[in-house]
Design a protein around this ligand. Structure first.
Ligand code: ZN
Ligand code: FE
Length: 255
C-alpha cells in the first residue's frame, strides 16, 4: 500500500476522507463537511493539504471549503456540471475524465441520482473509490434530483470496479440501512452476519465506513435488483432491474 487513507467523522453523521500518496507526500481531502475536525486531523498527522475533491453540491459536503482554503492553498476539483453551485473550482471535470494525483491516475465517474452532477473519484492505484451519497454502505443516496434509472445506471458503473475496491461513502447510515436491507433480503446469510457486525461496531462507536465493493455486492440490496429472492419477496419476478431498483428505493423512502 503506497497510500494512507484516513476517515474523519464530521457534523452528526458525515465522513470526510484524507488520501495521502506516500511517495510524493501529496494529500487530497474528499469532501469538506466542516473545517474544524479536518484541520485538526491534518495538524495531528503533520500533513499539509494539496487538493480538495468535491463529490456534489450539498452543504454537508462543501461548507468547510472556504475555511480550509484560508489555511491551505489547495487545488479544488469537482464536476463541470455542478460548477455553478460548488465553491470555485481550479479543475472542472466530467464523466470519464482523469487527472493526476501524486503521479497516479484518478478517474472521475458521473454517479448522478442523489443529485445531478454527483461524481465519484476512483483511484485504482489506491484501490479505493469515493462515492459520497451515491453508493453507500448497505444503501444508496436518496433521489433528490435524479431518477431511479439514473441511479441504477450509476450503481452499475461502480459495480464494474474491481471487487477488492474500498468504498468510501459519505455518511454513517449503515445501521438503519441494514435494518431496511433485511426487510427486502431477509434470508441473505452474508447480510444477516454483516448486520450483526454493524450492530457491534456501532455499540463500540466504531465507524462502519469505508466498506468494500465485494461486501456491498453480496449484501447491499441496491446492487442486487436481479436477485431471485429479492424479486420473489417484492412480487417482481419478471420486472426489469430498473423497476426492481426503483421499488427498493421507494420502499426505503417509506421505511
Ligand atoms: Zn448529499
Ligand atoms: Fe450528504
Amino acid at each position: 500500500m503506497h497510500f494512507d487513507l484516513v476517515t474523519i467523522p464530521c457534523l452528526s453523521d458525515n465522513y470526510a476522507f484524507l488520501l495521502r500518496d506516500q511517495d510524493s507526500g501529496s494529500v487530497a481531502l474528499i469532501d469538506a463537511p466542516e473545517a474544524g475536525p479536518i484541520a485538526a486531523r491534518l495538524h495531528a498527522l503533520g500533513w499539509t493539504l494539496n487538493e480538495i475533491w468535491l463529490t456534489h453540491h450539498h452543504p454537508d459536503h462543501i461548507q468547510g471549503v472556504p475555511e480550509l482554503l484560508a489555511k491551505y492553498p489547495a487545488r479544488v476539483i469537482g464536476a463541470t456540471a455542478d460548477q455553478h453551485r460548488l465553491p470555485e473550482l481550479d479543475l472542472a471535470l466530467s464523466d470519464g475524465d482523469t487527472f493526476q494525483f501524486g503521479g497516479h491516475e484518478v478517474q472521475v465517474i458521473d454517479v448522478s441520482g442523489h443529485t445531478l452532477g454527483h461524481v465519484a473519484f476512483y483511484v485504482s492505484a489506491a484501490e479505493c473509490v469515493f462515492t459520497a451519497d451515491s453508493l453507500m454502505a448497505l444503501g444508496c443516496g436518496r433521489l433528490f434530483e435524479g431518477t431511479p434509472a439514473q441511479m441504477w445506471e450509476s450503481m452499475q458503473k461502480l459495480m464494474r470496479l474491481p471487487p477488492a475496491t474500498t468504498v468510501c461513502s459519505g455518511h454513517e447510515y449503515t445501521q438503519s440501512n441494514a435494518k431496511f436491507a433485511l426487510t427486502v433480503d431477509p434470508e441473505n446469510a452474508a447480510l444477516i452476519s454483516r448486520a450483526r457486525e454493524i450492530d457491534q461496531a456501532r455499540a463500540d462507536d466504531v465507524p462502519t465506513v469505508p466498506s468494500t465493493l465485494s461486501l456491498e455486492l453480496e449484501t447491499n440490496p441496491f446492487l442486487r435488483p436481479f436477485d431471485p429472492n429479492i424479486r420473489a419477496l417484492l412480487g417482481m419476478v419478471n420486472a426489469t432491474d430498473t423497476d426492481v431498483f426503483a421499488e427498493i428505493r421507494a420502499r426505503k423512502d417509506r421505511f
